[in-house]
Write a protein that binds this ligand. Structure first.
Ligand SMILES: Cc1cc2nc3c(=O)[nH]c(=O)nc-3n(C[C@H](O)[C@H](O)[C@H](O)COP(=O)(O)OP(=O)(O)OC[C@H]3O[C@@H](n4cnc5c(N)ncnc54)[C@H](O)[C@@H]3O)c2cc1C
Length: 432
């Protein structure tokens, strides 16, 4: 099947989607618009979802999964204690140590190269998938595909960064040195001197994440979808078909069950013996009224591992890769560091400010899990989108709709098969 965005219609099928973050919501909407009878289950307020607090950058350039030999070598330099963005909550060592072992195993040159090829394929159409989705729901203004900028503050890092990106070899990316009117506007908007930058074309951003999530939900309901506030406590397999069991004890037995529960996917999949080692890769943001960023595109301040964006009239800065348990308390030092960056850069972010922390759902090889369960053919999984959940949600929704209709996905899903983490439990025939 070509990557046209068209799937055969799963008309009349009863579909349950678990998780109303950007991934589950996009899947539910696409399925409902394709004719399925869809119930979308979530147990949380919108603004607690990871999708709500993200930077909204449509990052089709990030084809390198973070599980690479180069990243592994650079990790010590990137630690929070030395001014970097990487941190591990000591009290949660029991959670991240086993994950870190899987991560190190994934950091071989061969796996990193295969991961890059697979992620590149998935990302190459992600901006267009969002354009299709936003146009379909009549809200094209919520997606801006006008590129973004990366900047470096030291001449040495600028030289290295420009060399990397201006000759990246990524087919679907076009870049140029930052210059002209855009560079002048940025220089007038911030007070820190910039040593060099790169402008990316065709990457994009959400104009307003909260408005996009609300628009997707509205379109879903308009297409006949039902939103239900409930907690799925476990999955079950009955006569070879997956069911979702709610806290109330009610068992939902759909034609297709889609698990898109972000960091909640791991415990759910474990209830039927599947190994889905998603960790909470926690990130932070500070946000305040925009006092002058306007329609400048997203800017990544690479030496600070921080991105600055304008979303719905407010400026938001996000950063940090903090491994820990999902429910552990936030670390206020991270917000203080972000506030310091805002001050030092002279970003036009007003008061009062809000602080937020959320958890990226990340698998050890930094590839998402998208596919059909090997033992229960009605169970579709779509989670583990790491730093790219907003970027990849519309693409994932198209693939999930393919799987629920023709069963033939528009691209090779073998790299995203959950059985790659198999200790035996994810193989057909070994399921309880
Ligand atoms: C600081 C930060 C910045 C980011 N910036 C970007 C960016 O610029 N671009 C980008 O592409 N990505 C970005 N990301 C990553 C992105 O936010 C995530 O990949 C994405 O939000 C994951 O979406 P999701 O739908 O899988 O998960 P979520 O948004 O977490 O949604 C999962 C939902 O499932 C529900 N759920 C879980 N378990 C159950 C259960 N048992 N029963 C019922 N409901 C359940 C949860 O309540 C939740 O609402 C960023 C992340 C962070 C933290």
């Amino acid at each position: 099947m070509g990557r046209t965005g068209k799937s055969k219609r799963p008309t009349g099928d009863y579909v349950v989607v678990v998780g109303a973050g950007v991934v589950g919501l996009s899947c539910a909407l696409n399925l409902a618009r394709a004719g399925a009878r869809v119930e979308l289950i979530d147990d949380q307020d919108v603004d607690h979802r990871t999708s709500f607090g993200a930077a909204g950058h449509i990052a089709i350039e990030l084809v390198d999964p973070l599980a690479t030999p180069a990243y592994l070598r650079s990790a010590p330099r990137q630690l929070f204690a030395f001014g970097g963005a990487l941190d591990f909550r000591l009290g949660d060592i029991g959670v991240w140590a086993p994950w870190a072992i899987d991560f190190i195993k994934a950091c071989t040159p061969a796996r990193a190269a295969a991961g890059k090829a697979a992620l590149g394929e998935l990302l190459s159409d992600a901006h267009r998938a969002w354009r299709r989705l936003a146009d379909d729901i009549g809200r094209p203004e919520l997606i801006r595909l006008e590129g973004h900028v990366s900047v470096w503050e030291s001449p040495a890092t600028a030289r290295a960064g420009q060399a990397e990106w201006l000759d990246s070899g990524i087919d679907h990316i076009r870049t140029e040195p930052l210059g002209g009117a855009l560079a002048e506007r940025l220089a007038k908007t911030i007070k820190a001197p910039i040593a060099g930058g790169v402008r990316f074309e065709e990457t994009g951003q959400f104009a307003d994440i909260a408005a996009m999530l609300a628009a997707l939900r509205e379109a879903f309901v308009a297409a006949g979808g039902q939103v239900r506030e409930a907690r799925v406590t476990r999955l079950a397999i009955v006569d070879g078909q997956a069911q979702a069991i709610l806290e109330s004890g009610e068992a939902l037995a759909p034609d297709h069950l889609v698990v898109a529960a972000g960091v909640g996917s791991n415990p759910l999949m474990a209830t039927i013996g599947r190994r889905a080692p998603v960790i909470a890769e926690r990130g932070y943001h500070v946000e305040g009224p925009d006092l002058g960023w306007g329609d400048l595109p997203p800017v990544t301040f690479e030496d600070r591992s921080m991105i600055a964006v304008q979303l719905g009239g407010r400026m938001r800065c996000t950063s940090f890769v903090e491994f820990g348990a999902f429910g552990s308390p936030p670390d206020p030092r991270k917000w203080e560091r972000l506030e310091r960056h805002v001050r030092e850069l002279g970003l036009p972010m007003g008061e009062p400010r809000t602080r937020w922390m959320g958890a990226r759902p990340t698998l050890p090889d930094y590839l998402p899990a998208i596919g059909v369960d090997a033992g229960a053919p009605n169970l579709i999984y779509a989670f583990g989108h790491q730093h790219l959940g907003l970027t990849l949600a519309a693409t994932t929704a198209e693939i999930v709709t393919d799987l629920a209709s023709s069963g033939e996905p528009r691209l090779d899903l073998r790299p995203f098969d959950l059985r790659r983490f198999d200790g035996g439990g994810n193989h057909r025939g070994k399921h309880p």
